[in-house]
Ligand binder design. Structure first.
Ligand SMILES: Nc1ncnc2c1ncn2[C@@H]1O[C@H](COP(=O)(O)OP(=O)(O)OP(=O)(O)O)[C@@H](O)[C@H]1O
Length: 251
């Protein structure tokens, strides 16, 4: 097996007296698609926030491609090749789909070169259109985002996170707020282009049908700790996971 792309060792995050996550030791391998499940408050988003630099761990280490990135800022983490999407889409509803992607391109370029780089150039527009085509969003390019269904907004949010082909993408509840009719198609549309680029993918998910369909491996969180980690079907059939995680998901 190849070397892991991401290794966390004994990660812990405390908020005052609350232990949001502890003893999180996890290795992700290149090209894997991994689901993170757990009931509300189990520590899933805290884990993603630590890996992406939005929260500094209280203790433990994070290594990405062999390099220690523990406590790095979100910007540095993104530059290293880790990107994410959020539970609530980070998009401008009054702007068009293409404008949103071009702004994400500018953000990904990190302001280098000042105003010249920040300009909405033809080249940037072409790249933006290519990104939208890859994610099946081409027909919505000139539509104001606020008028689109939730599934398309989420798809756009993920397409924006995938700009510059990061090696590792973490999606925080990509299907939340998306109707059950739209969910599968939306996931197919985002996962196919990410996999075509050999990205390693982790997604937090509450819908076990989506987990079974799209993740080959699943990690179950319970009360801030890893309760189970393995092939999806095995994890979902473990007694403790059925009792503490699947039973409590909608609690
Ligand atoms: N900024 C914070 N300050 C204090 N407590 C926090 C903070 N962020 C998270 N927590 C607590 O840490 C625990 C884990 O929260 P987290 O958001 O990681 O759970 P989750 O598994 O992502 O839940 P959900 O499915 O509801 O998003 C919860 O008890 C939560 O209240």
């Amino acid at each position: 097996m190849s070397d892991p792309i991401l290794v966390t060792e004994n990660l812990e995050k405390r908020f005052g007296g609350v232990v949001a996550a502890s003893e999180i030791s996890l290795s992700l391998y290149p090209g894997e698609t991994l689901a993170v499940i757990g009931s509300n408050g189990a520590g899933k988003t805290t884990f993603v926030n630590m890996v992406t630099g939005y929260l500094k761990p209280s203790s433990g280490t994070i290594r990405f491609r062999g390099r220690d990135i523990t406590g790095s800022s979100p910007r540095k983490t993104a530059q290293a090749g880790i990107r994410r999407s959020f539970q609530i889409s980070q998009i401008f509803p009054q702007l068009t789909v293409l404008e949103n992607v071009m702004i994400a391109e500018i953000a990904a370029a990190d302001g280098k070169g000042g105003l010249r780089r920040a300009a909405l150039t033809d080249a940037r527009m072409q790249t933006g259109r290519a990104v939208l085509d890859r994610f099946g969003l081409g027909q919505h390019s000139d539509t104001a985002v606020g008028t689109l269904p939730q599934g398309i907004k989420k798809q756009l949010d993920i397409a924006m996170a995938a700009i510059n082909d990061p090696a590792l993408i973490l999606l925080d509840e990509p299907t939340s707020g998306v109707s059950s009719d739209e969910k599968i198609e939306m996931m197919e549309r985002v996962i196919a282009p990410l996999k075509a680029d050999d990205a390693t993918l982790l997604f937090i998910e509450h819908d076990m049908d989506i987990v079974t369909r799209f993740a080959e491996r699943t990690v179950a969180f319970y009360e801030g700790k890893i309760l189970a980690d393995g092939p999806t079907r095995e994890v979902l059939s473990e007694d403790d996971v059925r009792k503490y995680v699947i039973g409590g998901v909608h609690a």
